[in-house]
Design a binder for this molecule. Structure first.
Ligand SMILES: O=P(O)(O)OC[C@H]1O[C@H](OP(=O)(O)OP(=O)(O)O)[C@H](O)[C@@H]1O
Ligand SMILES: O=c1[nH]c(=O)c2nc[nH]c2[nH]1
Ligand SMILES: [Mg+2]
Length: 172
């Protein structure tokens, strides 16, 4: 390390999410989205948005799913945003060029940089995330759980069960 703190180190607090919890939170998100739709298509922000997009699309009965592929974090270090694949012409057409009737899904908003970029591509789309941190929250139309900016969310696809030392031995 070159002395710079990673986003996770800056965050300090850990919010681990199990598959069960994630599935429940995605279903809760769908309950809210069901009041807003119907949607022509779901646009998943990869990769983190793929898992909630699959669950939400299944619950809403939406069969058309497109991706916008954006990378910014190398594990927990945020770099420049890279759009690796844009939204397809077919999905753009379904949203009338501005995203009307489209549902953008991601796992979370943190600083909001990723969400802001996608909103610029689809200004009239509905943007939903499962989790939101305060800086990114104003960008999101619908979300389920807010965590503080200094929390790092650990998703089930990034983690594995492992031994945890007892509290009396200094575990946090
Ligand atoms: O609000 P921001 O500060 O922009 O951060 C949020 C984004 O960061 C994560 O994606 P990441 O770039 O790590 O890629 P991944 O989805 O492939 O893991 C997460 O899935 C969001 O898309
Ligand atoms: O797994 C993750 N947890 C987070 O809290 C986060 N913020 C940005 N990118 C993130 N990825
Ligand atoms: Mg992502």
């Amino acid at each position: 390390m070159n002395g710079e703190l990673t986003a996770q180190e800056r965050a300090g607090k850990a919010f681990p999410v199990s598959w069960d919890q994630f599935h429940r939170d995605c279903r809760a998100l769908t309950w809210r989205l069901n009041e807003v739709g119907p949607f022509h298509a779901v646009i998943a922000i990869t990769r983190g948005g793929l898992v909630p997009a699959a669950i939400v699309a299944r619950e809403l009965g939406v069969r058309i799913i497109d991706t916008v592929c954006i990378a910014s974090y190398d594990h927990d270090k945020q770099g420049d945003l890279q759009v690796l694949k844009g939204i397809s012409d077919a999905a753009m057409k379904l949203g009338g060029g501005t995203g009307k009737g489209l549902l953008i899904v991601d796992d979370l908003v943190d600083t909001g940089k990723t969400g802001k970029l996608v909103r610029e591509m689809l200004p009239d789309a509905h943007f939903a995330t499962v989790y939101a941190k305060p800086k990114g929250r104003p960008l999101v139309d619908t979300f389920i759980t807010e965590v503080s900016q200094d929390t790092w969310i650990f998703f089930p696809w990034d983690t594995a069960l492992s031994y945890h030392p007892p509290l009396r031995d200094g575990a946090a």
